[in-house]
Design a protein around this ligand. Structure first.
Ligand code: IPM
Ligand code: MG
Length: 365
C-alpha cells in the first residue's frame, strides 16, 4: 500500500528546499524504490495569506491521517506584527501538540568533508555524532497560565509556566535510552535542577527509570543546562545522546548545529507514541528557519530538508537501507566539492539550491 506523505513547504526558503525533496521522491517512485503518494498544503504565513489562519483544521486533520509530514519552514518579517495566535510559528506548535509529537530527535553529525566550515577547530568536531532528544509538547512552550496582563500603574506582566509531569518526563526519557542502546550507550540528561523544581523532578524521574533493569547497559550522566551549553563547544565528543526539555532543547540544538558546520545541515524528526495498531504520527523538518534574507535567491542549502526526508524513510517508512543510500549520496556530493553558500570554502564549487538537489539525486541513481 502506498505511503501518504503530506508536504507542508511553508514560507521563505521552505518551498525551495522542499522542491529538491520532491525531485528525489519522484525519482524513487518512478524507479519503484518507494511507493509514496504526496499531497501538498499551505502552512504558516502562506496559509495565513490565503485563509487568515496559519493552520486550517482541514490541513491539521490531513497531517494526522498521513504516514508522515514533511515540513519546510514557517515565518517571516511580514507576519511579525500579527497577534500571537495568527503567527506562522503557531502552526508548527499546534501540529506538534495536536499530533502529540512529544519526542524530537535532532542528530548533529559532522560530515568529515565539512570539518573546516565550522567556526570550531577541526579536531574538536571531526567524526562528531550526537543525538539530541528534545521533549516537544510540554514545558514552558505550552504551560498554563500564560499571557500578558495589565497591572496597576500602567505596568504589565508577561507570564509563562514551566511544567512537567512524571509521565511526560518518563516517556521522552525512554526514547533517549532506547536510542542510546543502538548507539554508544551514553545518555546525558540536561536540566536546571539547582534552581527549578521541574528540573529536580526531571532528574529524579530519569534516575528512577534508569535504575530499571531494561537500561542497565546504558550509562547515565546528569548535567546542568548552562554547563551543557559550555561543554558542547568545549568538547562535544563527550556526548552521545542528550536528553532535555523543550526550551533547553531548542537552544542546545541550535548550538549543536554549529558543530556540524551549518544550520543548513541539521534535520529533525518529531514522533508520537504508538497507537493501538502500532502506528506512529510523525513530522520531519529541517532545524533551520525560513531564512527570509535569502528566500527566493536559490542559495538555501537543501541538505537539512533532504536529511529530514531520509529520517522519514527510516523512522516512518521502515526503509533503513534507502535512508542510508540518501545519506551516502549527500556525502558523495560533498566530497565532490559541491557547496551551497552557507558551507562554501575556497577551492570548492559554489552551487544553487537546485544544483545541490540534482547532484544528490544523480548520486542516488
Ligand atoms: C525550532 C524552532 C521553533 C521552536 C520555533 C520556530 C517555534 O526554533 O523548531 O527549533 O522554538 O521550537
Ligand atoms: Mg529552534
Amino acid at each position: 500500500m502506498a505511503n501518504n506523505i503530506l508536504l507542508l513547504a511553508g514560507d521563505g526558503v521552505g518551498p525551495e528546499v522542499m522542491a529538491e525533496v520532491k525531485k528525489i521522491i519522484d525519482w524513487l517512485n518512478k524507479n519503484k524504490k518507494t511507493d509514496i503518494e504526496i499531497s501538498e498544503e499551505l502552512v504558516g504565513g502562506a496559509s495565513y495569506d490565503e485563509n487568515k489562519t496559519p493552520l486550517t483544521d482541514e490541513v491539521l486533520y490531513k497531517a494526522m491521517d498521513s504516514d508522515a509530514v514533511l515540513l519546510g519552514a514557517v515565518g517571516g518579517p511580514k507576519y511579525d506584527k500579527l497577534d500571537f495566535a495568527k503567527r506562522p510559528e503557531r502552526a508548527l506548535l499546534r501540529l506538534r501538540k495536536e499530533m502529540r509529537l512529544f519526542a524530537n530527535l535532532r542528530p548533529a553529525i559532522c560530515f568529515s568533508e565539512l570539518v573546516s566550515t565550522s567556526t570550531l577547530k577541526p579536531e574538536i568536531i571531526s567524526d562528531l555524532d550526537i543525538m539530541i532528544v528534545r521533549e516537544l509538547t510540554g514545558g514552558v512552550y505550552f504551560g498554563e497560565p500564560r499571557g500578558i496582563k495589565p497591572l496597576e500603574n500602567d505596568e504589565r506582566e508577561g507570564v509563562n509556566t514551566h511544567r512537567y509531569t512524571s509521565k511526560e518526563i518518563i516517556r521522552v526519557a525512554k526514547v533517549a535510552f532506547d536510542l542510546a542502546k543502538k548507539r554508544k550507550k551514553l545518555v546525558t540528561s540536561v536540566e536546571k535542577s539547582n534552581v527549578m523544581e521541574a528540573g529536580l523532578l526531571w532528574r529524579e524521574e530519569v534516575e528512577k527509570l534508569h535504575s530499571d533493569k531494561t537500561y542497565k547497559d546504558i550509562k547515565l550522566n546528569h548535567m546542568l543546562a548552562d554547563n551543557c551549553a559550555m561543554q558542547l563547544v568545549r568538547n562535544p565528543k563527550q556526548f552521545d545522546v542528550i536528553l532535555t526539555d523543550n526550551l533547553f532543547g531548542d537552544m542546545l540544538s541550535d548550538e549543536a548545529a554549529m558543530t556540524t558546520g551549518s544550520l543548513g545541515m541539521l534535520p529533525s524528526a518529531s514522533l508520537s507514541e504508538k497507537d493501538k495498531k502500532g502506528r506512529i504520527r510523525s513530522m520531519y523538518e529541517p532545524c533551520h528557519g525560513s531564512a527570509p534574507d535569502i528566500a527566493g535567491k536559490s542559495t538555501a542549502n537543501p541538505i537539512a530538508m533532504i536529511l529530514s526526508f531520509s529520517m522519514a524513510l527510516k523512522y516512518s517508512l521502515n526503509q533503513d537501507d534507502l535512508s542510508l543510500d540518501v545519506d551516502n549520496a549527500i556525502k558523495k556530493v560533498l566530497s565532490d566539492g559541491l557547496r551551497t553558500p552557507d558551507i562554501m570554502e575556497e577551492g570548492k564549487r559554489k552551487v544553487s539550491t537546485a544544483e545541490m538537489g540534482s547532484a544528490i539525486l544523480e548520486k542516488l541513481k
